[in-house]
Design a protein around this ligand. Structure first.
Ligand code: ZN
Length: 234
């Protein structure tokens, strides 16, 4: 637990299975009206949800579940062939009402605290940059968090996760098959998303937040190719 975090233990966890590496960092928004509501829910044994940490809008960081334990934040999810994301991830809930209750920008003290927390976690767990993800990445048909207002480029500039450069030359517009193949290669799942529409939307929320709708184009293809290259380079 990072030195400046405040203990707020949650009963909602179990043991991680033996021999499974912690190799995903998963970011969420709380999607509730207040931080108190969210913290109460994440600590309510009836709710059966939790995360390892919650970061309030003023930057206060609460520690709910020990990193060694399996918190319950990902739900039905999939990444790179794995369906049990909770077993291999650390989950951070970031206070924000979310798309249904008044989605707003993440304030500066909160972003600073998220970055400090992520850096601390990455210093202690060998999580590859291409596996620093949003909940929507691993559950595209169900989830939109942390969403397009979250400053992924700023995290990448702090060496947390990947973000493609703005000035990549566009590729030719991809075929549906090529796009789907490359999204799958990066990690997106398609079990309940046969058209791939939800995966493309999740990809854009994370890696192209100024262009959330419209058909797949050459900028999507260029960004995805850059990400695949960066992931392969480790
Ligand atoms: Zn979430």
């Amino acid at each position: 637990m990072p030195a400046n975090s405040r203990p707020a233990p949650s009963p909602n966890f179990n043991a991680r299975p033996a021999g499974v590496a912690i190799d995903i960092l998963l970011l969420h928004y709380t999607g509730m009206l207040s931080a108190k509501d969210a913290l109460d829910r994440l600590r309510d044994s009836q709710a059966k949800v939790s995360a390892h940490y919650m970061v309030d809008e003023d930057g206060t960081t609460f520690a709910l579940v020990a990193e060694a334990d399996r918190a319950w934040h990902a739900g039905v999810s999939h990444w790179a062939g794995e369906d049990d994301v909770n077993s291999r991830s650390i989950g951070i809930e970031i206070v924000n009402p979310g798309h249904d209750l008044g989605y707003r920008d993440f304030p500066e003290p909160q972003m600073g605290a998220v970055i400090d927390l992520c850096r601390d976690l990455l210093s202690r767990h060998p999580i590859p940059a291409h596996r620093v993800l949003g909940h929507s990445d691993v559950a595209p048909t169900r989830k939109q968090d942390p969403g397009e207002r979250f400053d992924w480029p700023r995290l990448a500039a702090a060496r947390i996760g990947l973000y493609p450069p703005d000035d990549l030359a566009a590729f030719a517009p991809p075929t549906a098959e090529a796009l789907r193949r490359d999204l799958a290669r990066f990690g997106y799942g398609f079990d309940d998303d046969p058209t791939g529409e939800a995966a493309l939307a999740a990809f854009r929320r994370h890696f192209r937040p100024d262009h959330l709708s419209g058909p797949a184009d050459g900028i999507d293809a260029a960004r995805l190719a850059w990400l695949l290259g960066a992931a392969a380079a480790g």
